[in-house]
Design a protein around this ligand. Structure first.
Ligand SMILES: [Zn+2]
Length: 84
C-alpha cells in the first residue's frame, strides 16, 4: 500500500518558479515555508499528471522520495491555505 503524497497548491505568481507546475509535495512545501522560495535541494521532479483517488490529476512538482513513492491515485490535496 503506497503512502499518501500530500500536495499544496501554489499561487499563480509562484508557478513560474516551479517550472509551471501548480502543486508541490509536502517536503518542497516545508522547504518553501522555511526559506521563502522553492529549492531543488530535496529533488525536483515534474509529475504533470499526478492523480488522486477520485481521478483528478494535478500538475505536481515532487521531491525525490515522493517521486519514488508515487503511484496512480495516492496524491491528496492538503488542507493548508494556498501559498502566496
Ligand atoms: Zn516530497
Amino acid at each position: 500500500m503506497a503512502q499518501t503524497i500530500w500536495i499544496h497548491r501554489l499561487a499563480d505568481a509562484k508557478k513560474a518558479d516551479a517550472d509551471g507546475m501548480e502543486y508541490i509535495c509536502e517536503h518542497l512545501f516545508q522547504g518553501f515555508t522555511q526559506s521563502g522560495k522553492l529549492t531543488k535541494a530535496k529533488g525536483w521532479n515534474q509529475v504533470p499528471d499526478a492523480s488522486a483517488k477520485d481521478g483528478t490529476t494535478y500538475r505536481g512538482l515532487f521531491c525525490d522520495s515522493c517521486e519514488k513513492n508515487y503511484n496512480n491515485g495516492n496524491v491528496r490535496m492538503a488542507k493548508e491555505p494556498v501559498l502566496v
